[in-house]
Ligand binder design. Sequence first.
Ligand SMILES: [Zn+2]
Length: 328
Amino acid sequence: MSGNRWEIAGGNHVVAALPVKPALRAGLACAVMGLVLGTAAKEYITAPKAGAIKPPTEEWVARIESLAPGKPTAVPAKPRKVLVFSLATGFKHTVAPHVKEVAKVLAEKSGAFEVVLNDDIAVFEKGSLAQYDAVLLNNVCPDRERRDVFWDVLKEDDKAAAYEANLLDYVAGGGGLVVIHGAIAFQNNSAAVSEMIGGSFDWHPKFQMVTLDLVDPVHPLVGGFEGKGFVHQDEPYLFKNAYKEKSFRPLLEMDVSKLNAETLEKKAVADGVKYVAWIKPHGDGRVFYCSPSHHPASYETEAMLRFLLDGTQYALGDLRCDDSPMIK
Ligand SMILES: [Zn+2]
C-alpha cells in the first residue's frame, strides 16, 4: 500500500480519505481500489490525540456534554438507577474521574438512567445492591497481592467472599453489570467472577495506537460507530481464564497486525483475534465489558459515548439485542 496510503484524519467524523484530492477523485479512487482489491476501503473514526492525563476540567465536561447522545437509544421500561463504584485499592487510574463525569453526562443528557456515585464498600451489602438496576465498576483495580478489592478493604476472608457472592447473586438475579477498563481485574483470581464477566485481565503492552474493528457492523450495540472502525491511543488489553471460552457476544476487536513491533514479538498477542468489548447474559442479568479506554481522549467522540450509553442500556435490560456467544 505504500505510495497509495490511506490517511486517517483527526476529529470525530472521520474516516479514511486520500490526502489532498478532490472528493470526486477520491471517490473514484476508492471505487477503483475496491475493484482491484475486491474489498471496500475500511473507514475509521479517530479519537483526538491523547496527551498527559489531567483531572477533568469544566471545559472537558462541556465537551463531553456536547458530544453525548441527547436521548436514550431504547426507551427505559421504568426509571433506572445505576451505581457507579470507582474505588481502587491498587493502581489508581487517572481516567477514573473522567469516567465518572461521562456516566453523569450520559445519564443527565439522555435521560436513560440516574447515576449514584458511591465508593463505600458497604454498597455491596445485599440490601444495598437491590436498590440499583445496574452497577458500573469504574477502573476498580485491586492491589496486586491478592487481586481482590473486597479483601483489600475488609481484610476478612469470609466477608470479602460474602460481598463477592452478593454481587454474583445480584447479577444472576437480574441486575446489570458494566465493567470499564481496569475494573475487569477487580476480583481477578475468582473463577466465578471471571465466568460472570467473560474473562480476567492477563496483561497489556505499553499504550500505543490501537485499531478497533466492529465484529458485526449491524449489531445494535455498535450503532454509534456507523459501520466504521475506531482508532485511538490505548493499552491493548489481553485476557485469560474464562475469556478462553468466549462465552460472550464480542462487539469490538483489535486489529492485532497493527500493534507495534515490540508487542507483536510476544506470542500471546500474535495469535488470533483479540476482543476488547463484549456483552453476555449471566443468569437473569446482563454484563457489558468495555476495555477502552485508559485515556480520556477516547471518550471525546460521539461514537464511544453512544457505545457506553448503549452498553449500559443493555445491562439495564432496556436495549434488547442478540447476546448469544459468537465464536470466531
Ligand atoms: Zn489502564
